[in-house]
Design a protein around this ligand. Structure first.
Ligand code: PHE
Length: 372
């Protein structure tokens, strides 16, 4: 049950040229990992809720079961994503039909909730993106959106203009949240661009010798407020990736583990226990298979990864370009190394060979590349 609506396979996977949702993605719909109090993603969501409840005396309304099936208007137009922005392409986003997508960010719910009169809200949900395959990328992940609207009274007394006031408040709020989750940690703000905020920022923390991006945020574009009748207000918004933070907080080395039903994983986490370090259990051995082919003009790595995932599902751990060259005739050859591994058992040679054979056939017929 998603936001009160049951989603059936026919609603999402269709034999239609405007549909690019594979069965392995459909099977993830409705899992709602972020609503499980014993799951790292649920534990993290609850810890963020706790910060907002404590610091804003329960003023933020919380939504965590809005349907991930949204219109193109909600996902893109309502948050001012330009008509030619890459995120709208079939290469980056899952389309159910030409007007409906699996949301690629929780920002898809900003405009709707604003129009309904909400002024302080948090939206948590599963989001979907076509992407490459490695230990930190999975086509389904989870985000939390935060949104706060201010009235003229709020900034007039401060001596700051509305935008500076909101930006200052936003940074203070998110620095506090980061300390609540990570304790004392070095942070820095980076200027960036999002279509729906201006100015826009990214927050990075210094973690294990590296700067790690933890969220995107900014002062909401006035046009978004104006469209919901709030032209005299100013607002801020942020969006954070729950897996990204949870991998750091719980020491989880592979993003696929969030989907594991192996109790050697699930039994390690308990309600309310943020940051208990995951103890890796012995991994089964990986198996590598290389494939080389001449690419054509329409080749993209995302399309290749979709095919590998459609054949091998969660048994594929990484798809990596290991060699590329262009010959005298101008033809380009790519060699990809596919890494197979199960989180649950040892794969046999036979089944990996079978998977690889299917991948080769599918890649040849669907991508129209020439295998070498
Ligand atoms: N929606 C943005 C993303 O997915 C994150 C974001 C949310 C940025 C809200 C600014 C404000 O990358």
């Amino acid at each position: 049950l998603l936001g009160g609506v049951q989603i059936a396979r026919d609603d999402v996977v269709r034999d239609d040229p405007t549909n690019n949702v594979p069965d392995n993605i459909f099977s993830k719909l409705g899992m709602q990992l972020h609503r499980r109090n014993q799951h790292p993603l649920g534990i993290l969501k609850n810890a963020i809720y706790e910060y907002f409840d404590n610091n804003y005396s329960n003023k933020f309304d919380k939504f965590d079961d809005l349907s991930p099936l949204v219109s193109v208007k909600q996902n893109f137009d309502d948050v001012l994503v330009p008509a030619d922005h890459v995120s709208r392409s079939y290469n980056d986003t899952y389309y159910v039909d030409s007007q409906t997508v699996l949301r690629c960010h929780t920002s898809a719910h900003q405009a709707e909730l604003l129009s309904m009169g909400y002024t302080h809200f948090l939206v948590t949900g599963d989001v979907y993106r076509r992407d490459s395959i490695d230990s930190t990328h999975f086509p389904v992940f989870h985000q939390m959106e935060g949104f706060r609207v201010f009235c003229p009274d709020d900034w007039e007394a401060s001596g700051l203009d509305a935008t500076s006031y909101a930006a200052t408040d936003l940074k203070k709020c998110l620095e506090g949240l980061t300390r609540h989750l990570f304790g004392a940690v070095e942070m820095r703000w980076i200027d960036t661009y999002f279509p729906f905020t201006n100015p826009s920022f990214e927050l990075e923390i210094y973690f294990q010798g590296k700067w790690l991006e933890v969220l995107g945020c900014g002062v909401t574009e006035q046009e978004i407020l104006r469209r919901s009748g709030k032209q005299n207000n100013v607002a801020w918004a942020f969006g954070l990736g729950l897996e990204r933070l949870a991998m750091v907080l719980f020491d989880i080395p592979d993003i696929r583990l969030f989907w594991s039903i192996d109790d050697r994983f699930t039994s390690q986490f308990a309600k309310g226990q943020l940051g208990v370090k995951f103890k890796p259990y012995s991994k089964y051995p990986p198996c590598f298979k290389d494939m080389s082919f001449w690419i054509n003009e329409s080749f993209t790595e995302n399309n290749l990864c979709e095919i590998v995932r459609a054949v091998a599902g969660d048994l594929v751990e990484e798809v990596r370009l290991i060699d590329s060259f262009t010959n005298k005739k101008g033809m380009t050859s790519h060699c990809y190394r596919i890494q197979y591994r199960s989180m649950e058992r040892s794969l046999t040679d036979e089944e990996v060979n079978e998977l690889q054979l299917n991948v080769r056939e599918e890649v040849q017929s669907k991508l129209k590349v020439v295998l070498r």
